[in-house]
Write a protein that binds this ligand. Sequence first.
Ligand code: NAX
Ligand code: ADP
Ligand code: K
Length: 510
Amino acid sequence: MASQSGEHLLRAAQMAEADRITIASGVPGHELMARAGSGVAAAARRMAAPGARILVICGTGNNGGDGYVAARLLQAEGRDVAVMAPLGPATTADAGRAAADWAHGRGAAVAIDADVAGYDLVIDALFGAGLNRPLDGAALDLARRLNASGRPVLAVDVPSGLNADSGQAMAASVRAAATVTFAARKPGQLLLPGRLLCGDVTCVDIGIAPETIARVAGGIFRNSPDLWQASFPAPSLEAHKYRRGHVLCGSGGPLSTGAIRLAARSALRVGAGLATVAAGLDACRAHAAHLTAIMIREAEGAGDFARLLDDARFNAVILGPAGGVGPELAARVEAAARRGRALVMDADAISSFAGAPERLAAVIAAGEGAPVVMTPHDGEFARLFGDVAGVMDVGAKYERAVAAARMTGAIVVLKGADTVIAAPDGRAAINDNAPPWLGTAGSGDVLSGLVGGLLAQGMPGFEAAAAAVWIHGAAAQAFGPGLISEDLPEQVPAVLRRLLRQGAQAGAAR
Ligand SMILES: NC(=O)C1=CN([C@@H]2O[C@H](COP(=O)(O)OP(=O)(O)OC[C@H]3O[C@@H](n4cnc5c(N)ncnc54)[C@H](O)[C@@H]3O)[C@@H](O)[C@H]2O)[C@@H](O)CC1
Ligand SMILES: Nc1ncnc2c1ncn2[C@@H]1O[C@H](COP(=O)(O)OP(=O)(O)O)[C@@H](O)[C@H]1O
Ligand SMILES: [K+]
């Protein structure tokens, strides 16, 4: 798994292991701390004008050590710096050394009840990855006062109180304007609410080798083109349209036809060779009034739909957008999986298996191994898994998604502002490029079409799902506020142009 390319995200324990391996290889811990502190000082310089008053709040561990280093560097260049040590003196050797270097010849630390609002910038070096229980006592009180002060905060590694693995605040957390982290980003910096509590995150190289990061990593990635560009389908001159796949899209009834049209159009825009909507006769009439490039086939019930699959050229199927919850839709899902078609299950297709994930797992297991990608939002996810132990009750969002993928055998795209893509083999990607205006009616239908269009072109399931989520976010960014879901497919060509250009450059560099 570590051989997969992409930006690794490290959990706190994995980061500590990377530190340990690096120190054992001969780089002293205080040298790592010196580089970390220097990265913090550089960020502080960007945030505070000359003459600004800077307060550095140092805890007792190595996070505090980074703070002492930054304080010393900033003061050495003439900055107005004060240190507060609310929990007492440093307790680790490296932090002790950094604290002593700071204290040498300087005044006493600021009292814990000092007015934090009197400073222009506060550097939060109270707790980092070592946080192992909720803030309480003096630390909790200080975090609350800091948040109430409205002063800009620069967090060292993570805002104090934030769980670096899950992105959840433990009781309470400092809210930072910016965060400087080391060696690799942490999942909790991308997951909500962590992403909001961190502000802008910068990752500083402190001399931990990329091979060490890959060695300790556990298959959690930031979703970016690095993760899937190698399998992204580049159009080729010798391919004809059938080589680029044919997506069969199952329609809802005559009054619910828009959702699947959005999906079909998105599948074409992302490069599928052909897309066909399958619908009952009345719905076909509604589609016929709208569709040009997309074809229409009549299919009255699940039996008709299954017969369409006798045509082997339909190599990918999208089911669910406004498809109508019930046994008929579940039967279409079964038919597509049994016939070994790459399948996207969205919305109503997921809800048609509500409370019966083991039945869905059996359907997928009986298939021919073609990828099944499901794209639930939180509500659909909860409906599908109900109170299944080991899925709904596990900690971080990516752990829930991975548990769901393992249990069902599907690639799971758990949507939201921090969409997670998870595979049954334990890989997970966290997406952070979606702007808030992407949450608009029908944008989920577009996503299912993007996934289906990439699957039809032969992209593997996890990569296709991750690429679709990223392109979806990039298209929304390209359009900007005011977006409605019809706008999204029209932004895809510009996103593809950029991607293919970058892919060609990366290929040339290899
Ligand atoms: N050599 C290394 O390991 C490096 C570590 N670095 C820094 O070190 C940090 C991790 O340092 P530590 O592992 O010393 O841990 P922290 O400095 O994050 O926390 C210190 C200690 O506080 C205690 N604690 C945890 N939760 C508490 C709570 N709610 N209330 C009171 N006490 C609590 C724990 O015993 C913990 O070990 C990283 O976030 C990073 O900033 C960097 O200096 C780079 C090198
Ligand atoms: N606040 C938000 N910021 C960014 N993206 C969001 C936000 N809320 C929702 N999204 C994205 O918008 C899409 C909405 O999908 P879905 O809930 O299925 O809506 P619909 O059923 O209307 O299509 C998902 O891709 C989701 O990740
Ligand atoms: K911190």
